[in-house]
Design a protein around this ligand. Structure first.
Ligand SMILES: Nc1ncnc2c1ncn2[C@@H]1O[C@H](COP(=O)(O)OP(=O)(O)OP(=O)(O)O)[C@@H](O)[C@H]1O
Length: 619
């Protein structure tokens, strides 16, 4: 007893766990601490959901304070409320670009205005009457609910909160994936998932994040294949992590036509959507493009999307070669200046295209220009070839020449093939000239290297994992095409094609005095075996094939006159007559042509072209 009494007088008696009372008090305090800690953690975790109550609490506290100390402040509160609501209602367009994008959205501004109106109005009345005066408490509760429900339901807020919660757990995921010390610098959610920028500790690189993807997917508890990483082009110690909740490409993406009159080869061509919803815009002007992938991966689909845009460009002439008997490209034939479905025609066309390049080079010289800027009068020429490997051997050297020399004069190839093997691509010569590589699903991992180039597989260009037709990876020199971002091509229906062809098709049926019809609805689907195969000799000279059905430019007329000149040449007055240009214009062009070796004087005052009609030897 003595001991207990004495001990009770001890200042720490109630907390001493050597006594029964101390143990009970300690347990109660620990329980209270646990409850408070749990509540605080929950309040922090659900801070976004609880925000309306927090704001309401602050308003009630303010109302109590102003009612007690400054009851006359109801007027400034009312005036400020009305002013804020008026500003939100009027909100000029140029303010909408301020740092808070939500202020630019009418629905969100309306929501804020209603909240300000309810909160400010309640505060003004409570300042005069006191926050507990009836019916203000009930009104406060109703007001909180009115403002809270849209807040709780808001899609972007929910997405943001979800990402924040996931990323709070990033250190644990990073440890498990072998990326200890990495942290999330920023994160952004969208309709399909989220994307985060990861800061890596010294010595770690994006390649390690790429390799750790399966472990990251496991750590985040998402589906295999839902995450992917890409390097930050600006910093080696940063990487981007993209995690998808649902496949944005699961459904076919309907084709969207460009604004009428806006299409031009000078603009990048929209091919489809990346997995963050942004449009894949690929520049085709002065670029050669290669589309590769297994059967049914959607190669023709990608060609169709490109053709749909090109057909609407007034500054493009399209030639088509489809050696599957015209099965894929035939619907576009009315939009094509030339259309070949047989190997012989294909050879004739490619020979003609080489000729066209030579003519264009000479024309550029005559004009004193280095680069061919396409216009409706001087269009770019895009030669679309489906199933490139089917081209006969004689065609390959010409394709090689076009790929090498056509860029400056805007004559380019857009080719599709299943496996661009060395043999098929003229010992890699054509493939190495392909500036844009579009890789659809491939069967074997090494096909990624064939289509996209060496080292791409190791860098995360996993085209063998693409699972739906039309899904592709695109590689080009622009920064956005230097990381493997899956995209899906627009899905073009026959109805889309018919509508574009109906509006823009001008070559149906193909007519040319020197050539058999290029597009005959009754025969173009007939295979070689069913008809007498035409030979290259069926056509007139390649130069005839090369004509693009546009009025020739004066330079082209001059060149043709020089090329068709008799042995003794043509005189300047004759050239003036044929070009309908002043004498000084003709002299200037002749000087430029002769300086560049494209024309020479046969005798004094008599001119003739120096160029041969043979295409340069493609080595
Ligand atoms: N972007 C797309 N979206 C949805 N479906 C597509 C898409 N592209 C192609 N498809 C579907 O995939 C199928 C095969 O497409 P496509 O004919 O373009 O493949 P391909 O690679 O050219 O085949 P092949 O090598 O046999 O010519 C088509 O029937 C089409 O319905």
């Amino acid at each position: 007893m003595r001991y207990r009494r004495r001990y009770r007088q001890h200042p720490y008696f109630w907390y001493d766990d050597r006594t029964i009372t101390g143990m009970v008090v300690g347990a109660i305090l620990a329980a209270i601490g646990t409850v408070i800690g749990t509540l605080a953690r929950a309040a922090f975790r659900y801070r976004s959901e609880l925000a309306p109550f927090a704001v309401a609490g602050v308003i009630v506290w303010c109302a109590q304070w102003t009612h007690t100390h400054h009851p006359g402040w109801w007027l400034p509160v009312t005036v400020s409320t009305v002013a804020v609501v008026a500003i939100l209602a009027a909100f000029p367009r140029r303010w909408r670009r301020v740092g808070w994008p939500w202020l630019g959205r009418a629905a969100e501004r309306a929501y804020i205005a209603v909240c300000v109106l309810l909160g400010g109005g309640w505060l003004a009345v409570a300042t005069v009457a006191g926050p507990t005066a009836k019916p203000l408490p009930v009104l406060a509760l109703v007001g909180v609910l009115i403002c809270a429900v849209p807040w709780w339901a808001h899609r972007r807020r929910r997405a943001k909160v979800r990402i924040e919660r996931i990323l709070d757990g990033w250190p644990i995921v990073a440890d498990a994936a072998g990326l200890t010390g990495s942290r999330v610098v920023s994160a952004l959610g969208d309709e399909w998932g989220w994307r985060a920028r990861i800061a890596l500790p010294r010595g770690q690189t994006a390649a390690q994040v790429v390799n750790a993807i399966p472990a990251i997917e496991s750590g985040l508890g998402v589906a295999p294949g839902a995450a992917r990483a890409e390097p930050d082009p600006h910093r080696a110690d940063r990487a981007y992590l993209r995690v998808l909740d649902k496949d944005p490409h699961a459904d076919a993406i309907a084709y969207v036509r460009p604004e009428p009159g806006s299409a031009s080869i000078h603009h990048p061509i929209p091919l489809g959507l990346f997995d963050d919803g942004s449009v894949v815009r690929v520049p085709l002007l002065r670029r050669n493009g290669l589309v590769g992938g297994v059967t049914d991966s959607g190669k023709s689909g990608v060609l169709n999307v490109a053709l749909a845009y090109l057909a609407q460009c007034p500054d493009v002439a399209i030639w088509g070669i489809d050696l599957k008997g015209g099965m894929e490209l035939a619907p576009w034939a009315p939009c094509m200046a030339r259309f070949a479905t047989t190997p012989a025609k294909a050879v004739a066309f490619l020979t003609a295209a080489v000729e066209e390049i030579q003519l264009r080079e000479a024309e550029q010289v005559a004009r004193g220009e280095r680069v061919w800027e396409p216009t409706p009068d001087r269009p770019a020429l895009v030669i679309v070839i489906d199933e490139y490997v089917e081209l006969p051997d004689e065609a390959h050297p010409h394709a090689d020449t076009i790929a090498r020399l056509g860029r400056a004069v805007a004559v380019n190839l857009l080719i599709a093939t299943q496996r661009p093997t060395q043999k098929a691509m003229t010992h890699n010569a054509v493939r190495s000239q392909m500036d844009i590589r579009i890789c659809l699903r491939v069967r074997e991992r090494r096909d990624v290297t064939l289509i996209l180039g060496d080292g791409m597989l190791a860098a995360g260009w996993n085209a063998h994992k693409l699972d739906l037709p039309g899904k592709f990876l695109v590689s080009a020199r622009e920064p956005q095409f230097q990381v493997p971002r899956p995209a899906r091509a627009y899905y073009i229906t026959l109805r889309d094609i018919n509508s574009i062809v109906g509006e823009y098709g001008e070559y149906s049926p193909h007519t040319n005095a020197d050539m058999p019809s290029e597009f005959d609805p009754d025969t173009y689907l007939v295979t070689d075996s069913g008809t007498e195969p035409p030979t290259a000799e069926t056509f007139a000279t390649p130069a005839d094939v090369a004509v693009i059905d546009r009025p020739p430019t004066p330079e082209r007329v001059l060149l043709e006159a020089l090329r068709n000149a008799p042995e003794e040449g043509v005189t300047v007055p004759e050239l003036v007559a044929v070009t309908e240009k002043p004498r000084v214009w003709v002299y200037r062009r002749l000087k430029q042509l002769s300086d560049a070796g494209h024309a020479h004087q046969v005798t004094w005052g008599h001119w003739r072209a120096t160029t041969t009609t043979n295409p340069p030897d493609p080595t």
